[in-house]
Design a protein around this ligand. Structure first.
Ligand SMILES: NC(=O)CC[C@H](N)C(=O)O
Length: 212
């Protein structure tokens, strides 16, 4: 079945979906609209067809995985990612894009596609939520103020995955990877949609348009 073009579609604006199973969907829709994309919430497999890009929001990755499975979205999502759909995953969304997870719930699966292993809830109890300045490759200007909420970090990347940003380790510990890109896939441990800073969404829209 083909879906008629959306009348709200602005000329030249890419249509970017926000996976709306769970998590902070509205905030991403707002940010995407602010940077000139046409943003739509998606929760059905056929809604993936008309997308130029997709955001997988933060939330809770175990719940998101379970819902994706019961809405029959996991396989269609994997197919679209495998076919080159640009996807940006934030926090739980980063977990959903990872090829491997540590400390996942029993049997927890991901969409995958990004050659990295992430550790869920990695930053530990005392600092469940915090903000830190992060410099991101490809994001000009001041370091971003990154908001971390029970965030994962990236243990390792392989293949064509490229580290875009790290934060200094707590108490002199090792720096931790918090932003990764592999071709048209982008992932951050943090939540840019919760700040007024649109630079990560701008970068993603450029990736969608083939300009970055
Ligand atoms: N803010 C978030 O998205 C947190 C992610 C969450 N801890 C998870 O494992 O899914």
């Amino acid at each position: 079945m083909s879906i008629p073009p959306d009348p709200a579609h602005r000329a030249g604006a890419p249509t970017i979906g926000v996976l709306a199973l769970q998590g902070d969907v509205r905030e991403h829709v707002r940010m995407l609209e602010a940077v000139g994309a046409h943003a739509v919430a998606v929760r059905r497999p056929q809604e993936l067809d008309r997308l130029d890009g997709l955001v997988v929001p933060g939330g809770e990755s175990t719940t998101m995985w379970r819902l994706a499975r019961s809405f029959d979205l996991l396989e269609p999502l994997r197919k679209r990612v495998g076919g080159g759909l640009p996807v940006y995953g934030s926090c739980a969304g980063m977990i959903m894009l990872a090829d491997g997870i540590l400390d996942g719930a029993d049997g927890q699966e991901t969409i995958g596609g990004l050659d990295m292993v992430v550790r869920r809830n990695a930053f530990g109890r005392q600092i469940d939520s915090f903000e830190a300045p992060v410099e991101i490759d490809g994001v000009p200007g001041e370091p971003l103020t990154a908001v971390f909420i029970r965030a994962p970090w990236v243990e390792s990347v392989g293949g064509r995955a490229r580290v875009l940003g790290r934060i200094a380790g707590a108490g002199g510990g090792p720096a931790r990877i918090v932003a990764v890109r592999q071709d048209q896939l982008l992932a951050t441990s943090f939540h840019p949609e919760l700040t007024g800073d649109t630079r990560i969404h701008e970068l993603f829209v450029k990736i969608v348009k083939g300009q970055a």
